[in-house]
Write a protein that binds this ligand. Structure first.
Ligand SMILES: [Zn+2]
Length: 324
């Protein structure tokens, strides 16, 4: 046996499992999530509740019960704001726990299954088999489409961006951060957006060049904004696939850079997520700066002129020099 410390042991165990409490309904109660409705399915129950992350992510409370938790897999999903993940993520976020503490909390509530029970993908909902061949229907994005978004074809190619010519939608691959295996993709068109397959674990990876490491990384919400930044010559640009930045994504970033510039969107959800990431990760030894939006009304880097985008990056500032 290696002289592994107990923390490493628990870390490893929890990182490779998807623990679900024995009684999901009572665990939700213990987390302060009030179940308003139950939908019975032949092999499982969906619990519907008001989304606990909604206020933080959107600035508004969830009035409908938009939040759904599967009683078997523990996977949760908000239909409205997109907050989604495995049950352990909900425990971390609800209680402000680290991964290991969250694992132990679930263990106290009686773990009854881990990812092995669902198969490697960890998702019983939709066992869609995605392979590299699944991308065969897509093409490189046409030059005029790239130009409209101010993306360079080279940057698109570097980040593996593809195009669905039939539907005229962007295809943004979602890959395993360690093996590069294709998990699925985000498909994005005019007023259209979906992750494929449903429940793909985008929160466990990042969009960008996962082989990159260096001094400064830049985290954006949208994959296309990361492509834009890369095309402007900004190294280490990654995207979190949305305002919710997971613990796993932050670990991937911390392993790749000396300090991080947070470029989440310039809106209420983005600022809330930004402050939250800073407050959780600065004490863990990751220096963080904020992308500077003081010279622009743009919502994100993708909306800026080249000059404004480069200035936003160059003038990234420490949180205590907060400028809004
Ligand atoms: Zn929500």
């Amino acid at each position: 046996m290696n002289p592994t410390s107990p923390t490493d042991f628990w870390d490893n165990l929890s990182a490779f499992s998807n623990p679900v409490p024995h009684d999901v309904l009572s665990a939700l109660g213990a987390l302060g999530v009030e179940v308003l409705r139950e939908l019975s399915r032949p092999d499982s129950t969906e619990y519907l509740a008001r989304c606990p992350a909604h206020l933080a992510l959107t600035g508004k409370r969830d009035r409908r019960p938009s939040f759904s938790v599967n009683g078997t897999t523990g996977l949760f999903h908000c239909f409205s704001c997109g907050y989604a993940g495995p049950f352990i993520q909900l425990v971390e976020d609800s209680l402000g726990y680290h991964r290991v503490e969250a694992f132990q909390w679930i263990a106290r509530h009686g773990v009854y299954r881990t990812v092995e029970d669902f198969g490697v993908a960890g998702d019983a909902e939709e066992a869609v088999r995605v392979t590299e061949a699944s991308l065969a229907l897509f093409t490189p994005p046409p030059a005029n489409v790239c130009a409209r978004r101010r993306l360079t074809p080279d940057a698109c190619r570097d980040f593996g961006v593809l195009w669905n010519p039939e539907k005229r939608r962007w295809i943004l691959p979602i890959r395993d951060p360690f093996t590069d295996e294709l998990w699925g993709w985000q498909e994005k068109g005019r007023r259209f957006f979906r992750n494929y397959p449903t429940g793909v674990h985008k929160a466990r990876t990042l969009f960008g060049d996962l082989a990159w490491s260096g001094e400064v990384a830049l985290l954006l919400e949208s994959p296309l904004d990361a492509v834009r930044a890369h095309g402007l010559g900004i190294g280490g640009a990654f995207a979190s696939f949305g305002a919710h930045v997971s613990e796993a994504q932050m670990r991937l970033l911390k392993a790749r850079c000396r300090y991080l510039i947070l470029g989440l969107d310039n809106d209420q959800a983005g600022r809330t997520a930004r402050d939250r990431v800073h407050d959780r990760w600065r004490p863990r030894g990751l220096p963080i700066k904020f992308l500077d939006y003081s010279h622009t009304t743009a919502k994100d880097l993708g909306d800026m002129s080249d000059a404004d985008a480069l200035a936003a990056y160059a003038n990234a500032h420490h949180p205590w020099h907060r400028r809004r």
